[in-house]
Design a protein around this ligand. Structure first.
Ligand code: ADP
Length: 222
Protein backbone atom coordinates (compact mmCIF):
# COMPACT_ATOMS: atom_id res chain seq x y z
CA UNK A 1 0.00 0.00 0.00
CA UNK A 2 1.29 3.49 -0.83
CA UNK A 3 0.99 6.23 1.76
CA UNK A 4 -1.26 9.14 0.80
CA UNK A 5 0.83 12.32 0.87
CA UNK A 6 0.50 16.08 0.59
CA UNK A 7 3.76 17.76 -0.38
CA UNK A 8 4.62 21.01 1.36
CA UNK A 9 6.78 22.59 -1.27
CA UNK A 10 8.81 25.79 -1.17
CA UNK A 11 12.25 27.33 -0.76
CA UNK A 12 14.03 27.54 2.62
CA UNK A 13 12.27 30.22 4.66
CA UNK A 14 8.95 29.89 2.83
CA UNK A 15 7.30 28.63 6.03
CA UNK A 16 6.88 24.92 5.29
CA UNK A 17 7.95 23.87 8.78
CA UNK A 18 5.69 26.38 10.53
CA UNK A 19 2.61 25.37 8.54
CA UNK A 20 3.52 21.67 8.60
CA UNK A 21 3.65 21.63 12.40
CA UNK A 22 0.22 23.25 12.64
CA UNK A 23 -1.35 20.98 10.01
CA UNK A 24 0.12 17.98 11.83
CA UNK A 25 -2.03 18.87 14.85
CA UNK A 26 -5.24 18.37 12.85
CA UNK A 27 -6.67 14.85 13.21
CA UNK A 28 -6.04 12.90 10.00
CA UNK A 29 -2.75 14.62 9.10
CA UNK A 30 0.74 13.45 10.03
CA UNK A 31 3.58 15.96 9.60
CA UNK A 32 6.96 14.55 8.56
CA UNK A 33 9.90 16.93 8.07
CA UNK A 34 13.14 15.47 6.74
CA UNK A 35 15.06 18.44 8.19
CA UNK A 36 13.66 17.66 11.67
CA UNK A 37 14.38 13.95 11.25
CA UNK A 38 18.00 14.70 10.28
CA UNK A 39 18.44 17.20 13.12
CA UNK A 40 17.23 14.58 15.62
CA UNK A 41 20.15 12.31 14.69
CA UNK A 42 23.09 12.09 17.07
CA UNK A 43 25.79 14.17 15.36
CA UNK A 44 28.37 11.62 16.56
CA UNK A 45 26.62 8.77 14.69
CA UNK A 46 27.63 8.00 11.12
CA UNK A 47 24.34 9.29 9.69
CA UNK A 48 24.55 12.37 11.91
CA UNK A 49 28.03 13.13 10.58
CA UNK A 50 26.89 12.72 6.97
CA UNK A 51 24.00 15.13 7.62
CA UNK A 52 26.30 17.73 9.22
CA UNK A 53 28.80 17.44 6.37
CA UNK A 54 26.21 18.27 3.70
CA UNK A 55 23.81 20.55 5.58
CA UNK A 56 26.59 22.81 6.87
CA UNK A 57 27.52 23.52 3.23
CA UNK A 58 23.90 24.14 2.23
CA UNK A 59 23.86 20.96 0.15
CA UNK A 60 21.43 18.05 0.00
CA UNK A 61 22.20 14.82 1.80
CA UNK A 62 22.68 12.05 -0.84
CA UNK A 63 19.35 10.65 -2.08
CA UNK A 64 19.72 6.99 -1.07
CA UNK A 65 20.63 7.97 2.50
CA UNK A 66 17.77 10.48 2.70
CA UNK A 67 15.17 8.00 1.50
CA UNK A 68 16.55 5.25 3.77
CA UNK A 69 16.46 7.48 6.87
CA UNK A 70 12.96 8.71 6.05
CA UNK A 71 11.65 5.18 5.40
CA UNK A 72 13.06 3.95 8.72
CA UNK A 73 11.50 6.90 10.51
CA UNK A 74 8.05 6.49 8.99
CA UNK A 75 7.89 2.71 9.51
CA UNK A 76 9.07 3.30 13.10
CA UNK A 77 6.23 5.79 13.60
CA UNK A 78 3.80 3.23 12.19
CA UNK A 79 5.12 0.52 14.51
CA UNK A 80 4.80 2.64 17.64
CA UNK A 81 1.27 3.61 16.64
CA UNK A 82 2.03 7.29 16.04
CA UNK A 83 1.23 7.24 12.35
CA UNK A 84 -1.83 5.43 10.98
CA UNK A 85 -1.58 5.17 7.20
CA UNK A 86 -5.16 3.85 6.83
CA UNK A 87 -6.70 6.98 8.27
CA UNK A 88 -3.96 9.65 8.01
CA UNK A 89 -2.36 11.60 5.19
CA UNK A 90 1.36 12.35 5.47
CA UNK A 91 2.27 16.03 5.16
CA UNK A 92 5.72 15.75 3.62
CA UNK A 93 7.91 18.74 4.40
CA UNK A 94 11.27 18.85 2.63
CA UNK A 95 10.82 15.66 0.61
CA UNK A 96 11.26 15.02 -2.30
CA UNK A 97 13.91 17.69 -2.81
CA UNK A 98 14.99 16.65 -6.28
CA UNK A 99 13.57 14.66 -9.19
CA UNK A 100 15.56 11.55 -8.32
CA UNK A 101 14.04 11.49 -4.82
CA UNK A 102 10.58 11.93 -6.38
CA UNK A 103 11.26 8.86 -8.55
CA UNK A 104 12.58 6.83 -5.62
CA UNK A 105 9.40 7.64 -3.71
CA UNK A 106 6.90 6.57 -6.37
CA UNK A 107 6.52 3.11 -4.86
CA UNK A 108 6.05 4.57 -1.36
CA UNK A 109 3.73 7.55 -1.68
CA UNK A 110 0.70 8.62 -3.65
CA UNK A 111 0.83 12.41 -3.96
CA UNK A 112 -2.69 13.81 -3.61
CA UNK A 113 -1.79 17.54 -3.50
CA UNK A 114 1.22 19.85 -3.67
CA UNK A 115 1.05 23.05 -1.63
CA UNK A 116 3.63 25.40 -3.12
CA UNK A 117 4.46 28.20 -0.66
CA UNK A 118 5.82 31.16 -2.61
CA UNK A 119 7.53 34.26 -1.28
CA UNK A 120 10.09 36.78 -2.49
CA UNK A 121 13.70 35.67 -1.95
CA UNK A 122 14.49 38.69 0.24
CA UNK A 123 11.60 37.89 2.54
CA UNK A 124 12.73 34.27 2.90
CA UNK A 125 16.35 35.27 3.57
CA UNK A 126 15.17 37.70 6.22
CA UNK A 127 13.16 34.91 7.91
CA UNK A 128 16.14 32.54 7.87
CA UNK A 129 18.36 35.17 9.50
CA UNK A 130 15.76 35.70 12.19
CA UNK A 131 15.43 31.94 12.72
CA UNK A 132 19.21 31.67 13.10
CA UNK A 133 18.97 33.86 16.19
CA UNK A 134 15.93 32.09 17.65
CA UNK A 135 16.67 28.43 16.93
CA UNK A 136 20.46 28.55 16.57
CA UNK A 137 20.44 26.46 13.42
CA UNK A 138 23.96 26.14 12.09
CA UNK A 139 22.79 26.23 8.47
CA UNK A 140 20.99 29.57 8.96
CA UNK A 141 23.86 31.34 10.68
CA UNK A 142 25.88 32.20 7.64
CA UNK A 143 24.79 34.17 4.57
CA UNK A 144 26.93 32.12 2.18
CA UNK A 145 25.20 28.90 3.33
CA UNK A 146 21.75 30.53 3.05
CA UNK A 147 22.58 31.63 -0.52
CA UNK A 148 23.75 28.11 -1.37
CA UNK A 149 20.49 26.63 -0.07
CA UNK A 150 18.49 29.07 -2.20
CA UNK A 151 20.53 28.07 -5.25
CA UNK A 152 20.10 24.37 -4.45
CA UNK A 153 16.34 24.98 -4.31
CA UNK A 154 16.33 26.68 -7.72
CA UNK A 155 18.56 24.12 -9.38
CA UNK A 156 17.49 20.79 -7.81
CA UNK A 157 14.18 21.22 -6.03
CA UNK A 158 12.07 23.47 -8.24
CA UNK A 159 12.11 20.92 -11.14
CA UNK A 160 10.24 18.51 -8.83
CA UNK A 161 7.11 20.58 -9.54
CA UNK A 162 7.19 19.58 -13.22
CA UNK A 163 7.55 15.93 -12.30
CA UNK A 164 3.97 15.74 -10.95
CA UNK A 165 0.63 16.37 -12.71
CA UNK A 166 0.07 20.14 -12.72
CA UNK A 167 -3.51 19.85 -11.47
CA UNK A 168 -2.12 18.73 -8.10
CA UNK A 169 -0.21 21.99 -7.60
CA UNK A 170 -1.81 24.75 -5.52
CA UNK A 171 0.11 28.01 -5.24
CA UNK A 172 -0.08 29.69 -1.85
CA UNK A 173 1.01 33.27 -1.20
CA UNK A 174 3.56 32.79 1.59
CA UNK A 175 4.29 36.52 1.87
CA UNK A 176 1.20 36.77 4.08
CA UNK A 177 1.19 36.30 7.85
CA UNK A 178 1.28 32.78 9.29
CA UNK A 179 -2.41 32.77 10.18
CA UNK A 180 -3.39 34.07 6.74
CA UNK A 181 -1.29 31.40 5.02
CA UNK A 182 -2.96 28.77 7.20
CA UNK A 183 -6.36 30.21 6.28
CA UNK A 184 -5.52 29.75 2.60
CA UNK A 185 -4.25 26.20 3.13
CA UNK A 186 -7.18 24.83 5.17
CA UNK A 187 -9.79 24.70 2.34
CA UNK A 188 -7.29 22.61 0.36
CA UNK A 189 -7.16 20.04 3.16
CA UNK A 190 -10.89 19.63 3.78
CA UNK A 191 -11.77 17.52 0.69
CA UNK A 192 -8.74 15.29 1.29
CA UNK A 193 -9.84 14.68 4.86
CA UNK A 194 -13.43 13.94 3.79
CA UNK A 195 -12.26 11.47 1.17
CA UNK A 196 -10.01 9.73 3.69
CA UNK A 197 -12.89 9.52 6.23
CA UNK A 198 -15.23 8.06 3.60
CA UNK A 199 -12.64 5.38 2.73
CA UNK A 200 -12.19 4.49 6.42
CA UNK A 201 -15.98 4.22 6.89
CA UNK A 202 -16.32 2.01 3.81
CA UNK A 203 -13.50 -0.26 5.07
CA UNK A 204 -15.14 -0.46 8.53
CA UNK A 205 -18.49 -1.37 6.96
CA UNK A 206 -16.89 -4.07 4.79
CA UNK A 207 -15.14 -5.46 7.87
CA UNK A 208 -18.39 -5.54 9.89
CA UNK A 209 -20.23 -7.27 7.03
CA UNK A 210 -17.48 -9.88 6.70
CA UNK A 211 -17.59 -10.48 10.45
CA UNK A 212 -21.38 -10.87 10.47
CA UNK A 213 -21.23 -13.22 7.50
CA UNK A 214 -18.59 -15.31 9.28
CA UNK A 215 -20.73 -15.40 12.45
CA UNK A 216 -23.82 -16.47 10.46
CA UNK A 217 -21.77 -19.12 8.78
CA UNK A 218 -20.57 -20.44 12.13
CA UNK A 219 -24.20 -20.56 13.47
CA UNK A 220 -25.32 -22.34 10.29
CA UNK A 221 -22.67 -25.01 10.76
CA UNK A 222 -23.36 -25.68 14.45
P1 ADP B 1 15.21 24.47 4.94
O1 ADP B 1 14.01 24.08 4.13
O2 ADP B 1 15.00 25.67 5.78
O3 ADP B 1 16.48 24.52 4.16
P2 ADP B 1 15.23 21.85 6.27
O4 ADP B 1 15.09 21.74 7.73
O5 ADP B 1 14.11 21.33 5.43
O6 ADP B 1 15.52 23.37 6.02
O7 ADP B 1 16.57 21.09 5.81
C1 ADP B 1 17.82 21.34 6.38
C2 ADP B 1 18.90 20.55 5.65
O8 ADP B 1 18.64 19.12 5.78
C3 ADP B 1 18.97 20.77 4.15
O9 ADP B 1 19.73 21.90 3.80
C4 ADP B 1 19.63 19.47 3.68
O10 ADP B 1 21.03 19.47 3.90
C5 ADP B 1 19.02 18.44 4.60
N1 ADP B 1 17.80 17.85 3.98
C6 ADP B 1 16.51 18.03 4.38
N2 ADP B 1 15.66 17.37 3.58
C7 ADP B 1 16.42 16.75 2.64
C8 ADP B 1 16.16 15.93 1.51
N3 ADP B 1 14.92 15.56 1.16
N4 ADP B 1 17.21 15.49 0.77
C9 ADP B 1 18.45 15.82 1.09
N5 ADP B 1 18.79 16.61 2.11
C10 ADP B 1 17.79 17.07 2.89
Amino acid sequence: MRYKAILLFGAPGSGKGTQGKIIGQIPGFFHSSTGDIFRSLDLRSEMGRVFWEYASRGELVPDEITIRVWRQYITGMEWVNQFHPDSEVIVLDGLPRNVNQARLLTSEIEVVKILYLRAEPNKMIERLRRRALKESRFDDANDAVIRKRMLTFERDTRPVLDYYPQDLVVRIDAMKSQIEVLTDILPELTPIKHEMDAAVEAADRAYEQAREAAAQNAVGKS
